[in-house]
Design a protein. Structure first.
Length: 219
């Protein structure tokens, strides 16, 4: 389920089920929302299964279970596919958080258990409910992040690089996406306890942004 469901309801959201998760389908007025996101920036709570992988053989174990070529340095990630029984089972993005001696694996909703079964030689921990995960996309996504992120390095680059910082008093990690919409975009990760405040910051502080949804209507 969403970690800030009541917040979405206050914005007028309706919900659907996706991969066993209850996610926002629409906030209504899709044409207005689409135009606002395309012209400025939008914020979406992402339905993502998240795993941490620890152990001295964590990189080799995840590479054996996927097509991801994991960077060896902290602060970088890579995209590929999770494999199961010789076939592609899901998209997978893996980040090397060596500062904490772990990998972070982001998977589509409902696919975390497939990853757990495919992994051997390292320990996988389900941290999905411990994190708020928000996407920031649109023509002014970089300006949006720059307007609220306090960090010495600014918005991260290139794709799948991440930086640690704060938004207000809340600690966040900001990840550069591979620009799936043709424009720069970011993923903002925080503790679940801070998710409501971080979402409010992304929508209402600095450069304003518009909430949008992950449902079929894409509003």
């Amino acid at each position: 389920m969403s970690v800030i469901e009541l917040v979405h309801e206050r914005h007028g959201a309706t919900f659907i089920q996706r991969g066993g998760r209850r996610v926002v389908d629409s906030y209504g007025r899709p044409e207005r929302t689409h135009r606002a996101v395309r012209n400025v920036a939008g914020v979406v709570e992402m339905a993502t299964d998240v795993r941490t992988v620890t152990g001295s053989d964590r990189i080799a174990a995840v590479e054996d279970a996927s097509t991801v070529d994991i960077p060896r340095e902290d602060g970088r990630g890579a995209y590929g596919y999770l494999l199961s029984e010789g076939a592609i089972a899901a998209d997978a993005t893996v980040y090397n958080a060596a500062e904490g001696d772990r990998l972070l694996v982001f998977l589509p909703p409902g696919r975390g258990s497939v990853f757990d079964r495919a992994l051997s030689g390292a320990e996988s921990t389900d941290v999905t409910t411990e994190m708020g995960v928000f996407g920031v996309h649109g023509a002014s996504a970089t300006e949006k992040i720059a307007s609220v992120l306090s960090t010495g390095g600014g918005a991260p680059e290139p794709a799948h690089a991440f930086t640690r910082g704060t938004m207000g008093d809340e600690a966040v990690t900001v990840v550069a996406t591979d620009a799936p919409t043709g424009e720069e975009g970011y993923v903002v990760v925080c503790d679940t306890a801070d998710a409501e405040t971080v979402f409010d910051t992304l929508v209402n502080r600095g450069l304003n942004a518009t909430p949008f949804a992950t449902g079929p209507s894409r509003t």
